[in-house]
Design a protein around this ligand. Structure first.
Ligand SMILES: Cc1cc2nc3c(=O)[nH]c(=O)nc-3n(C[C@H](O)[C@H](O)[C@H](O)COP(=O)(O)OP(=O)(O)OC[C@H]3O[C@@H](n4cnc5c(N)ncnc54)[C@H](O)[C@@H]3O)c2cc1C
Length: 546
């Protein structure tokens, strides 16, 4: 049972003999996977090899990738792509071959795509297949709140779930968390609003070991226009030849790295950040420009129809003018520690996709490796059967029903408090733990977040929900309760994610990959270690042969 999306592929890979519940807090189509544009990396061309893909991934990961996990990813890429093609995913073709593009920090043309809506092509195809499978039940608008652990064995035996105005407990032999990233913890993000770090927070509260949470990839080019979402302008646009220019029309990225706009993402993001700090009157709201005019117009139309459409919607004609862009939080490298079979340290609990830390991304993800990771590791769930079948927990039945009561005034006051938190958490995180970090700002933000956590726990709604015993179901009949309880649960997770990122960023006193400390700007060999988190303990652990 699991929040999806690469849940979708994972569910398809599970043996059909298992009964599977695929839970998603919104609709099956709303996810970061659906929004993925650029593509999916795989060394399938004769000029390429898994070995080269491994080298590029290790290089981007800045010393923190686990080599065995990276090799596993690169070596299984080709067979997993075949499996997607067999399921019906229509990647772009060049003649009869798969078309491949170049993206930043890849040494070969290696990125498969379906125009600039690759994620949508993959997710719609997988969703169609999932809906055909009689052993998979899709449950939409259902929010996983917490894991349910056996007090005797510590094994994960299910989750608590908010569904149709009711909190209930769902028993399962195994739980797979596939809840995606946590970009919403930052005010500027390319992630959809469902990406609130739920899996990491849920797993952490249950005692799962987490890793490298300070590493956040900031995408250099998100559309920056008043009123518009931070729509991502894919890396592939720069791969095809677009230029990054400043207000004076100068290609400034070469001032910061010899690869210019094709340097790794963290370098390009920091180049933009630093350039704006030095040149803009108000760097927080300023932007640079992405000029697509060096790309032939026909190619733009063919490769980037969605970018053309979205820009047009915001009044930008990419054929005649550059696009205003600035960096935004994009991908969370850290997550729940998993092995090659997606197992966590909690028996019965698995994690796949962005919420997991498999060891493939290290301190900085190589572009287009995340969809690949979802597929390659999702496929590993076919090995789950033996483990699941050995478990013979007696089904537990719900023992009682309780109802939440609150006066209308209390309910409304608490909702106002929650809405304020929803705005203020991302704001403080962007200011203190964004592209450039520094001890004092991190510590001040941490103190504020800890105060908010205490205030949050003191709310009447929190006291009620957190006081429920497993097997005790709860009903709510307050107005608009589905949205309000989702807000409550997401804020709880955002607070935990913010706390975990801040503590991890304070812990690592160096700069590397997606973690830049202006007070410790150097990469230090002594810090070529993972940051591990278990409950409230932070410690270092060796990198496995990077
Ligand atoms: C704009 C954008 C473009 C990208 N482009 C690329 C690209 O070109 N190539 C690439 O490799 N990667 C790309 N990425 C990254 C990649 O898309 C993600 O890392 C990947 O899709 C994550 O997949 P996932 O299954 O882990 O999470 P998601 O696809 O985000 O799915 C998570 C699902 O879990 C559900 N969920 C979350 N919490 C709960 C809960 N508590 N209860 C119930 N359900 C819950 C959500 O509703 C959602 O359906 C991009 C990301 C973004 C945001």
């Amino acid at each position: 049972m699991y929040p999806q999306h690469e849940g979708l592929y994972t569910a398809l890979c599970l043996p059909e003999s298992l009964r599977v519940g695929l839970i998603t807090k919104e609709s099956i189509s709303l996810s970061a996977s659906d929004w993925a544009q650029g593509g999916i990396a795989a060394a399938v061309s004769p000029q390429d090899s898994p070995k080269l893909h491994v080298e590029d991934t290790l290089q981007a990961g800045a010393g923190l990738c686990d080599r065995a996990a990276v090799e596993f990813l690169a070596e299984h890429a080709s067979s997993c792509i075949n499996s997607l093609v067999n399921l019906g995913v229509a990647f772009d073709r060049k003649g009869s071959d798969l078309a491949l593009t170049l993206e930043a920090a890849h040494s070969r043309h290696r990125v498969l795509h379906a125009a600039d809506t690759t994620g949508r092509e993959v997710t719609t195809t997988l969703a169609t297949q999932v809906l055909k499978r009689s052993n998979i039940q899709v449950i939409q608008q259902a929010l996983a709140l917490n894991l349910w652990l056996s007090p005797e064995t510590g094994r994960c035996k299910g989750i608590s779930l908010f569904y149709r105005n009711r909190i209930t407990w769902v028993q399962a032999s195994s739980v797979v968390l596939a809840t995606g990233g946590g970009g919403q913890v930052f005010a500027q993000t390319t992630n959809p609003y469902v990406s609130t770090g739920d899996g990491v927070a849920i797993a952490w509260r249950a005692g799962a070991i987490l890793r490298d949470l300070e590493f956040v990839q900031f995408h250099p080019t998100s559309l920056t226009k008043a009123g518009a979402d931070h729509f991502l302008i894919s890396e592939a646009v720069r791969g095809e030849g677009a230029h990054l220019i400043d207000d004076a029309g100068r290609r400034f990225a070469f001032d910061y790295h010899e690869a210019g706009e094709l340097a790794p993402r963290d370098i390009v993001s920091r180049a933009i950040f630093t350039h704006l700090q030095q040149t803009a009157a108000d760097p927080a709201t300023a932007n640079v420009w992405l000029d697509m005019r060096p790309i032939p117009a026909d190619k733009i139309r063919h490769r980037f129809p969605n970018i053309v459409k979205v820009c047009q919607h915001w009044g930008i004609d990419v054929f005649s003018e550059p696009i205003p862009v600035a960096p935004a939080a994009h991908y969370w490298m850290g997550g729940i520690v998993t092995d090659l079979n997606n197992s966590t340290n909690i028996p019965g609990l698995y994690a796949v996709g962005e919420t997991a830390s498999t060891g493939v991304h290290g301190a900085n993800r190589l572009a287009s490796n995340s969809l690949l990771e979802c597929i390659v590791f999702g496929a590993q769930m076919r090995n789950i059967e033996d483990a699941v079948l050995k478990i013979s927990d007696e089904p537990t039945t719900l023992t009682s029903n309780v109802a939440f009561t609150a006066t209308q005034i209390q309910w409304q006051q608490e909702q106002v408090f929650l809405k304020d938190l929803r705005e203020n958490i991302p704001r403080i995180m962007w200011q203190s733990a964004g592209i450039s970090r520094e001890q004092l700002h991190l510590e001040n933000a941490l103190a504020t977040v800890e105060t908010w956590q205490k205030d949050f726990l003191a709310l009447q709604i929190s006291q009620f929900i957190l006081g429920l015993h497993p097997t005790e179901a709860a009903n709510f009949d307050q107005p608009n309760v589905d949205k309000q309880l989702q807000l409550w649960a997401e804020i709880r997770n955002l607070l935990d994610a913010a706390y975990l990122i801040l503590k991890s960023a304070i812990f690592r006193t160096e700069s590397r990959g997606g973690h830049y400390r202006s007070d410790f700007p150097q990469l230090l060999p002594s810090w070529q270690v993972h940051t591990l988190v278990e409950h409230h303990n932070w410690y270092k652990s060796e990198v496995l042969d990077s």
